[in-house]
Design a protein around this ligand. Sequence first.
Ligand SMILES: *Cc1c(COP(=O)(O)O)cnc(C)c1O
Length: 845
Amino acid sequence: MNVIGKVTVLPRLPKPLERLEELAYNLYWAWTPRAQALYRALDAANWERFQHNPVQTLLETPSARLEALSADPDYLADYREVMAEFDAYMNKGKSGKGDVWAAKAAPDLKPVAYFSMEYGFHESLPIYSGGLGVLAGDHCKSASDLGLPFTAVGMLFHQGYFRQLFNKDGWQEEAYDELNLTTLPIRPALTSSGETARISVRVGGRDVVMQVWNLQVGRIRVLLLDANVPDNSEEDRKLTARLYGGNQELRIQQYVLLGVGGIRALRALDIPASVYHMNEGHAALMGLERVREYVAQGLDFRTALEASASSTLFTTHTPVAAGNDAFAYDLMDRYIGEWPAQLATSRDELYSLARQDQNWDNHLVPTFSMTVFALRMSRMANGVSELHGEVSRGLWNFLYEGADPEEVPIGHVTNGAHNLTFLAQQYRDLFSTVLPADWTERLEDKQMWDDINRVPDAQLSATQHELKEEMIAFVRARSQEQLRRTGATAAEVAAAGEALSADALTIGFARRFATYKRATLLFRDRERLSRIVNDPARPVQFVFAGKAHPADNPGKAFIQEIYKISRDPEFAGKIVILENYDMNVARHLVQGVDIWLNNPRRPLEASGTSGMKASFNGAPNFSVLDGWWREGYDGTNGWPIGEEREYIDLNVQDDADAFSMYEKLEHTIVPLYYGKDAQGQNHGWLGVVRRAIITVSPEFSMQRQVIDYVQKYYLPLGTRAAKIDANNFEKARALGGWKSWVSQQWQHVQIHATTQLPATVQPGEEVKVSAQVTPAGIQESELRVEAVLKHGEQTLHVPMTSSGGGQYQVSIPLTDSGLYSVGVRATPYSPDLSNPLELGLIKWA
Ligand SMILES: *Cc1c(COP(=O)(O)O)cnc(C)c1O
């Protein structure tokens, strides 16, 4: 049949249960297990079959079943309770119902628009590949919890990322299922006149139409763009088929659709936005459309650029090259070739904002880097942990010639995870016995969490055991399903039903199988591993899961290696690898294992978040001191692997980290886990479990993360944008014009400096530094001339004073003993710059 349209007919809901539909279309249920239980109760088999999708489960429920439940007092009681809590959540802040956080703590916050290529909200909406997407989904959930004025924009990939299957040799295969949009918790976004919002974007000389879908996540909305509409050619309809699928041609077209289309979607729906957050470089082309809008209002290119960048934040998420797209210029010409004219600028000027010279096939070629463009199209930027901030400053230092890495204007906000999305209901109940009634609303409150110390050993231990049994049942069922599909023998299937023991120390490792994450590091010394795993008195078992990108053969080889080990009689039933890692598998694992393992090659793990989710659930983290764990580990709440250092030889690094891992397991972790006190409890172990919950839950809550973004970036950018835009863009004009003039003149600026430095001085003595500057027409007030003193790790910038005629001097007391290096430099200065290096211009004497 040639399908010309689809329509969803929801069952007529009995009056007492009529709000099941409303709730199904609000992802509030995604972090409320008791709300999910209402749908599971409709039909448990369907619930599993439909990936826990409330809309689809509801659609398939016969009226008779609904009628029966509407007369079931237990079900009705649960229903009423869930609805009352849902209402309390949604109505908070409305007419005297108690304020949301944002109203109290950030009343001046302007509306935020958040752009991300992927979102991980729930397993039934598979438009994410891994941590980046889950982080974006979690960010939205906490934005809702905190009551931020916030709208997110993304893509509706109708084949998702991919479903992972292992063939009988353990090689990853990819399946692409077409999502049935009518069964997803999304609805067409409607314009103010009640029409379905549709926008159009020119890509490669064609007009691509996209429908906009609305996804309600608690109090906030997410707009999802979908090119799979009849107006488009068959080819163009596939532009939004797959996340990170296809080649560079497809990628760049998707980035145009997300960036440009996303802004148009906001406008089509009259959604206000004053601060724009680009979550990773994929979204950077939003800058094209925002500049175009201003140019269409009559601003020149540079003024438009100042206005748009002034309200924009860029978050970079990885130092790994594959995560920092760069495209050849001729490819860009094909897909954004029409843009320079629309922006009243030249191709050269536009591309220079994104230029990164790269060594491709032994030739240095200029490329269009999404990260560079994002840095230039924003006025604030950050990495996602303290160490990643530092690594990023080093990585992008080349954009600021003459600057020290620590001056590069990239800060950091350490990632968090959305506690309630990943916390088992059993823990939620247990925590409620000791924490204050409103604990789910003040997750970032560190002091509050100390009360976890009041949970008795026996209860904590019983909860852990129950969750481990649930996880093991899940793993067994999944493994059996997988074996049956690949034609395993009945004996093999039966054996998988006995895999893992709830009494053995269980370690989880699950994440994308990008090679830098070193999933196979554990197997570096197999004999030693075998002794650890097969210790009859103190056994240790491992559960692995993770997807490799479809084009990543080395990643797939890692999966295969683990798969083969898991079938080796020496490890069978003790090392298991599960297919199709998704948020469902993630929840089961972080809730059920005893320990979470992470061993990336430092410093490439920008943050990592799965260890946070495990710690929320009392599974302490055992990890390389990279990303968040470098900040999170405090000596009591888990264990480190390896040392905080850099290696030149990767083999040496792998050996050292593997050795450290075995040592820690054998001598520290295993003895602690199996130790029993006089009461038959393991008080020592449970102490680490409590410390993991107490320290990680608040500090690495998504709530803390979003509050940091509000305070460090969203509020200041809102203020900056208002200042730059005031009086018909007065400051934007001045700044744009001034910057381009200064940039032209800069080559003519000259600076000579002298200093009288005896070979040795006494502490407290002063050194005199003078400089002669030829300013090439730049005003004295527009230059910052400074002496720079380096002493050990410290760098001191001391402004020099002018005595007219281009003469500058300063006397600096040298307080500490040791070697000092002295330099003098000039940078352009304006009080309206977002940071001293905004122009990227430095002249050293
Ligand atoms: C949290 C999460 C990730 C991120 O894991 P890392 O350990 O941070 O790499 C990836 N995939 C899923 C499904 C997750 O829930």
